[in-house]
Design a protein around this ligand. Structure first.
Ligand SMILES: [Zn+2]
Ligand SMILES: [Zn+2]
Length: 312
């Protein structure tokens, strides 16, 4: 496959004359824009190597309160395909992606369309993927942390890539099959690794961890802030502090995107173990195994909290 594409590229100048006759140039580069890094990892898992991927939300930023830089408009305008989770997640893209010029090349991987005017509308999308729990139960928009929802996203990405002109259909199909096999195996291995973590009470900074804990049947005892864009109200903080106090082995999973001082101060004097995970996978290399590494990194962050692994 890689040999074929290399041959194809070296022949390109020779064939240029012929290409003028057939309207579309062979080997036209496919430019993909993804809103957040985990979607880039899914594209890398299924896309042929020559597909270019640009991610909008940079390290250190959160999609919940991001503002698109003017310089990023160009990448969006030149994109053959734009993948985002959807209007419940990347609110900063709603207005831009509603524009007519993005119709037909923008794919919301949640399956949610931009609703005219009302974006806070309730979305009921119950679909059971036959892997033990119904994903329709939860309304949480951080879909990509659930490995089976991510697999579904990879299917949608593969389908969109395969529809591009001159797409390498075989490579995409093979990559998707390989990804499905390796993700299924990794999911089973992580499920086994996480079994002892059912004994601890996990607290998360915001709801990004919900679908991961649901998928692997772990106890998410509390979420510090219901809306990561705002500081939580005093009553919610007091409730979480009570839960932390009552918990057996409370483990607080913090995130690099959000203020450290704030959660340090609300856990002052409580016996809490801290661990950090990154729902945006910023330190994970964007390779074809990146999504598997991302899943493992979440599991590892939780395993850091197990009493025998903590340094007291
Ligand atoms: Zn979030
Ligand atoms: Zn699941």
């Amino acid at each position: 496959m890689s040999i074929l594409s290399r041959v194809g590229r070296s022949l390109a100048p020779v064939l240029l004359g012929a290409a003028i006759v057939t309207a579309a140039p062979a080997n036209a580069e496919v430019n993909v824009v993804t809103s957040i890094k985990p979607l880039e990892l899914l594209v890398r898992a299924v896309a042929p190597e020559d597909v270019q991927v640009t991610t909008l939300v940079p390290p250190g930023s959160s999609p919940h309160n991001y503002t698109l830089r003017p310089s990023q408009r160009g990448a969006l305008e030149n994109a053959d395909l734009v993948f985002w989770v959807g209007p419940d997640m990347e609110t900063f893209l709603i207005r831009l992606l509603s524009a007519e010029e993005f119709q037909g090349r923008t794919i919301a991987l949640s399956g949610e369309e931009i609703a005219e005017g009302e974006h806070q509308e309730e979305h009921g999308h119950g679909h059971d993927h036959g892997h033990g729990h119904d994903h329709g139960e939860s309304e949480d928009p951080h879909l990509w942390v659930d490995p089976m929802l991510a697999l579904e996203m990879a299917h949608d990405i593969a389908e969109a890539l395969a529809e591009q002109e001159d797409a390498d259909q075989n490579a995409i199909r093979q990559n998707l099959a390989a990804f499905e096999a390796s993700l299924t195996a990794r999911e089973a291995s992580i499920r086994e690794q996480l079994a002892p973590a059912r004994e601890i009470d996990i607290f998360a900074y915001h709801s990004a961890l919900v679908r991961f804990t649901e998928h692997y049947e772990l106890e998410l005892a509390g979420v510090l802030t219901l809306n990561p864009e705002l500081s939580p109200g005093a009553r919610h903080v007091a409730e979480v502090q009570d839960k932390l106090r009552a918990a057996a082995h409370p483990c607080l999973l913090t995130e690099p995107q959000f203020n450290r001082q704030w959660w340090r101060s609300i856990t002052e004097g409580l016996n809490v173990t801290f661990s950090t995970w990154d729902p945006l996978a910023m330190d994970i290399p964007a390779t074809e195994t990146g999504y598997l590494d991302f899943q493992q990194s979440i599991a590892d962050a939780i395993l850091q909290c197990l009493p025998e692994d903590t340094q007291h």
